[in-house]
Design a protein around this ligand. Structure first.
Ligand SMILES: [Fe+2]
Ligand SMILES: [Fe+2]
Length: 203
């Protein structure tokens, strides 16, 4: 079997991908924090920025534990997620709706990272890289916690505030209801938000 195609190489590739993704997120998170209106949401992004710097540090430790040079490999997946989040920020939404959108965008990034670290932890364990697995698991735990925090903020008032803002904006609750009902199949940012927030944003 060719060495270039080994599982170890695939693992290293994924590690480099994760390293690049974290670096991209370090640039994106300050913009998300700045765009947030809710002080709690802004703080959540700022806190996760600090954690994200720690993720980069842990990945560097993981590389070191493998006697590998620290190297990133461009992560197209997170670039796309960040790009989507950026285009949401260009939309003309009320503050609460923008916050709900920022949470949705942030959660896409967290879930992407959770998927990546989930595989990386499992692969590291299979390959006998216990020390690296420990660093990767620590990152995974913080991604999960960040995701849960965003859910708590959305369900703890931001989605409802967005729904209330829509109500007062239109002055017509029925119209708002129609829009939410139609949201399922639509791909517009506003509709996808209605879909994301539907659980707690509509009652
Ligand atoms: Fe991260
Ligand atoms: Fe993260």
């Amino acid at each position: 079997m060719a060495k270039a195609g080994s599982f170890s190489d695939a693992f290293l590739d994924e590690l480099r991908d994760a390293y690049d993704a974290e670096k991209q997120l370090i640039k994106a998170l300050p913009k998300m924090a700045k765009a947030a209106s809710s002080p709690k949401l802004r703080k959540a992004f700022e806190d996760h920025l600090k954690e994200t710097r720690g993720h980069v540090g842990r990945l560097e430790q993981a590389f070191a534990s493998l006697d590998e040079k620290v190297r990133g490999k461009h992560c197209d997946g997170i670039e796309g997620i960040i790009e989507e989040g950026g285009s949401v920020m260009d939309e003309d939404f009320d503050d609460a709706t923008m916050d709900a959108c920022l949470i949705a965008a942030g959660q896409r990034a967290e879930h992407y990272e959770m998927a990546a670290y989930g595989s990386l932890v499992a692969w590291a364990q299979t390959l006998g890289h216990g020390e690296a697995a420990g660093f990767l698991q620590a990152n995974l735990d913080e991604e999960k916690a960040a995701d849960e925090k965003l859910t708590a903020l959305a369900e703890g008032g931001i989605n409802q505030a967005a729904a209330d803002a829509a109500g007062s904006d239109d002055g017509d609750e029925e119209e708002e209801g129609d829009e939410a009902d139609d949201a399922g199949a639509a791909a517009k940012p506003k509709s996808s938000v209605a879909k994301t927030g539907a659980g707690s944003g509509r009652r």
